[in-house]
Write a protein that binds this ligand. Structure first.
Ligand SMILES: C[S@@+](CC[C@H](N)C(=O)[O-])C[C@H]1O[C@@H](n2cnc3c(N)ncnc32)[C@H](O)[C@@H]1O
Length: 283
């Protein structure tokens, strides 16, 4: 395969996801921690009231694994899943969802506030993007459209592979891809292009520091990352931030801006993300 990852992101990735859509759920089920980690990142949105009255976007929702994680963390929210691939969306729509969940076909970086007003009724309280930004040909365009879709003070969580800052993480990633992911993907889907692309796109993607800086440049604040457990430690991370709230003439945050969910009784609450000044938490 001579196609570069950049060329793939301009269109062929969507065709490859269409092709892989029927096998996708079986593939991710074989990845220990896949669903649990999505649920951890969804909780890291830190939204209150189990999502009551909130509008959420799941960008690059695929077959709905990330949508289900959002629903698990925030069962009272309205959730719109968006994906470029018709095949992945068909697989998502074929599952049972409560009335507050809807699915839409679009490219995430092309969504506008007008689209949100028409399809969702207004700006969103939070955006979740699991394994999306690395697949976008222009990650800055994605972040700028996300910022415009969020209400002031609205949150973003990206759940993404990032190995560029760690030689150990790159070595584990290559070993897992060539030992498991690429052979299993070939068996389950009949071809390996998507899985070789996955391997290369992760190696070429931003390190943790670069992605946090990219988020800041897009006008997001309180950006931070946190690790996930298991073999993915140091490989898959949660990246969180928010659109700055509208600050009054005093320059103070309005009440409630950036508030964290209270811990539900009996459950560990959302783990506050470390600040960028606490890198020891995510190595
Ligand atoms: C690896 S899958 C992840 C799906 C889901 N979020 C999950 O966690 O299982 C990535 C998804 O992003 C979608 N995608 C890639 N680039 C996209 C874009 N520019 N706009 C919308 N969806 C995109 C793909 O079609 C695919 O369904």
């Amino acid at each position: 395969m001579d196609t570069t990852t950049c060329e793939m992101k301009d269109g062929a990735v969507t065709d490859e996801f269409d092709h892989a859509s029927e096998a996708y759920d079986r593939l991710v089920a074989a990845n220990p921690g896949y669903h649990a980690h999505l649920r951890i990142s969804a909780r890291r949105l830190g939204l209150p009231g189990r999502g009551s009255g909130l509008r959420l976007l799941d960008l690059g929702c695929g077959t709905g694994a990330s949508t289900a994680a959002l629903l698990h963390a925030l069962p009272r929210a309205r959730i719109a899943g968006v994906d470029a691939s018709r095949g992945m969306l068909d697989a998502a729509r074929a599952k049972r969802w409560p009335a507050g969940v809807s699915f839409h076909q679009a490219r995430a970086e092309e969504l506008t506030p007008d689209w949100a007003a028409e399809h969702l009724g207004g700006p969103v309280d939070a955006v979740f993007g699991a394994y999306l930004i690395r697949n976008c040909p222009d990650p800055d365009a994605l972040l700028s459209s996300v910022r415009a879709l969020l209400r002031p003070g609205g949150r973003i969580v990206l759940h993404e592979y990032s190995v560029a800052d760690s030689a150990a993480a790159r070595a584990v990633w290559s070993a897992v891809c060539w030992g498991v992911v690429i052979p299993a993907g070939r068996v389950l889907t009949g071809r390996a292009d998507l899985f070789r692309y996955l391997w290369r796109s992760v190696l070429e993607f931003d390190g943790r520091g670069a992605l946090l800086e990219r988020m800041r440049r897009a006008g997001l604040e309180s950006v931070a990352s946190a690790p996930l457990p298991g073999w993915q430690h140091g490989i898959t991370h949660t990246f969180a931030g928010r659109r700055p709230p509208d600050r009054g003439p005093s320059g103070q945050d309005p009440p409630g801006a950036g508030e964290r969910a209270p811990h539900p009784p009996g459950e560990p609450g959302p783990r506050p993300l470390p600040t960028p000044e606490e890198p020891a938490d995510d190595r």
